[in-house]
Each structure stands twice: as C-alpha cells, then as structure tokens.
Design a protein around this ligand. Structure first.
Ligand SMILES: Nc1ncnc2c1ncn2[C@@H]1O[C@H](COP(=O)(O)OP(=O)(O)OP(=O)(O)O)[C@@H](O)[C@H]1O
Ligand SMILES: [Mg+2]
Length: 310
C-alpha cells in the first residue's frame, strides 16, 4: 500500500506538474529527475520505516527472551501481516512460558518429593538404628568395668553427634516446621541455625502477624531464603545478613541482604532454581549485587494470585 501510494503521488506529480522530459534528455532536465527520484525514495523510506518499526521491537524482544525470566509482550501495533506476526509471537511466548512453568513445576515437585523421601528414610532408618545403638551403649556403660567407661562415653558422644547431624539434615531436607507452624517460625528457625553454623549475625525483621499463606508460596519463600543464606555462607564473606519478610494485602516481600563482597555475575544451579521457583508463584526475583555493598535478593510474591498447583 505504501509503495502504491508513493508511485501514485509520483505519477500524479508527473501528470499534473509542468515538468517534461525530452526523448533525448537535456542537461537542464537531469536535476529535475534527480530531485523527483530523491523525493520518491525519501517518502518511501520514511513511510516504510515508521510502518516497519514494530519489527525492530520484535527483534529486540526475541533477543531478550531468557528462559528463567518472564518476557515483556510487544504492544499489538502494526498493521496487516505485521500485526498478525506480533500476535503470533506474543502467543508463542505465552505457550513457552506456560510450558516452561509446568515443566519446572514438575521438576521441583519431584525434587521436593525426593527430599521428603530421603528425610523420612534418614529419620526412620538411620535415626532409628543410631537410637538403638545409643541405648545399647547406655546399657553397656552401666555394666562395663570402670576402665572401659571412658571409651564407651566417647562412643556415646559420637553416636549422639551423628544422631543430631542426621536430624539436622532431615530437617533441612523437609522443613516440618514450615508445614506445622508456617513461614514466620520456619524462617526464624532457619536464621538461628544459620547463625549457629556460620557465626554470621542475622538481623531479622519478620512480620509476626503473617497469616498462613498458600503452601506453595510458603515453600518457595523458604527455599529462596535457604539458598540465599547458603550462598551468603559460601560466597559472600559477610559479617551480617538482614532478612526481611513483610506482607501487604497484595504482596509478600522477602529480602535477604548481606554486607559481603557482592559481585554475583553468573547464575549457577542455585540462582536458576530460585528463579524457577519464583516463576511458579508468579513472583519477581531481583538480585542486586554491587561489589561494594554486598548482595541483596528480593522476592516479591503477589498473594492474591492463586499459585499453580505443583
Ligand atoms: N551472596 C553472595 N555474595 C557473593 N557472591 C555470590 C552470592 N551469591 C551468589 N554468589 C555468586 O554467584 C554464583 C552463582 O550462585 P549460585 O547459587 O547460582 O551457584 P553456586 O552457589 O556456585 O552453586 P550451587 O548450584 O550449589 O548453588 C556463585 O558461584 C557466586 O560466585
Ligand atoms: Mg548457591
């Protein structure tokens, strides 16, 4: 249509203007032809440029598509085929995101089920065997001659230590406190365990009047906090971590900020897992990590939106 319009205007200009061209072109007519051609090319370029502008937007949006993040949709501008192309691209993004969310949802659900199974087996099998061993040692201590008692006490301590470790691992694999008492208590327990294990201070600001939320949202927040704190212990070299949790009628915000060395550049399995979990509950996860101010992870979950079943 644009080309047709430009040619029509050019033809009308030729037909209605006094300009003429001789069979053997004269030198004075060349500038007229050049100006006419330049006008046609300029008009064509300007009109095509503005009507094909959404293609640039489409190309840059394609370049930005990043699997673990939600991509922006393109405004349905353009006409004719272009509008159809943009609508198809937006529909393709919708399908990809739905598929990706359900695939990572199933993978994470399988991971949670496997963790729960391992935690159960640790508790029921190894925990039980260690308890039996502890009772047997206690009986042996009661009957043993005095010279042997010291060694048996050492053995008792070692078994008791292993029993504690097994319970700790089982608790981290399946946070029962989350199911029983909710996010506030589970985060409190997680922070205390973190300080105990690493010696890094945690300054907590956890909304104490938090109502029970969708279990998926609680689990996502808990796992994000768990991974963020593990990263602080492993990479940050921090003295202090701040953990904030507060809720409004619409959003739940979890923030974990350390005063360590910062500089998160690439995402490993931990950060990718956080992003995938965030997508499951339509949350936004942002990581600010400037090298001078430590790292801050912020998870904002819309609480009125029903999360996808896992
Ligand atoms: N709090 C932090 N302070 C400084 N660097 C960090 C912090 N958190 C993450 N990083 C950097 O970001 C990288 C990616 O973190 P991520 O959790 O994805 O992977 P990881 O911890 O190396 O391995 P894993 O898959 O076991 O979690 C880390 O290797 C580390 O260099
Ligand atoms: Mg990690």
């Amino acid at each position: 249509m644009i080309n047709g319009l430009v040619f029509t205007v050019g033809t009308l200009a030729l037909a209605l203007s006094p300009a003429t061209v001789s069979t053997h072109i004269r030198l004075t007519e060349i500038p007229v032809l050049v100006v006419g051609l330049a006008a046609i090319l300029a008009a064509n370029a300007l009109l095509l440029r503005s009507s094909l502008a959404p293609l640039d937007q489409l190309a840059s949006s394609m370049g930005r598509v990043d699997p673990p993040r939600r991509s922006d949709r393109i405004d349905d501008r353009g006409t004719g085929d272009l509008r159809h192309l943009i609508a198809s691209f937006n529909a393709m993004l919708d399908r990809l995101e739905t598929e990706r969310t359900s695939a990572s949802g199933s993978a994470l659900a399988a991971q949670e089920a496997e963790r729960a199974r391992i935690a159960r087996e640790l508790h029921d099998e190894i925990g039980q065997s260690l308890t039996v061993a502890l009772l047997a040692l206690k009986r042996a201590v009661d009957k043993a001659p005095t010279g042997l008692r010291g060694d048996l006490h050492h053995a008792q301590d070692a078994v008791r230590g292993s029993l504690d470790e097994v319970s700790g691992i089982a608790r981290r694999l399946r946070p029962d406190v989350l199911e029983d008492l909710g996010l506030h208590s589970a985060l409190n327990a997680l922070c205390s365990e973190f300080t105990q294990a690493t010696g890094v201070d945690v300054v907590k600001h956890l909304d104490a009047h938090l109502a029970r939320l969708d279990p998926n949202i609680e689990l996502v927040c808990y796992r994000v906090a768990q991974e963020a704190l593990t990263n602080v212990a492993r990479h940050a070299g921090a003295d202090k971590v701040r953990v904030d949790l507060h809720a409004t009628d619409e959003h739940l915000t979890l923030r974990i900020a350390d005063d360590g060395k910062g500089g998160v550049v690439t995402a490993g399995a931990g950060i990718t897992g956080m992003r995938e979990r965030a997508l499951l509950v339509d949350a936004t996860l942002t990581i600010d990590s400037s090298s001078s101010e430590g790292t801050q992870i912020r998870l904002i979950v819309p609480v009125h939106v029903q999360s996808r079943p896992r």
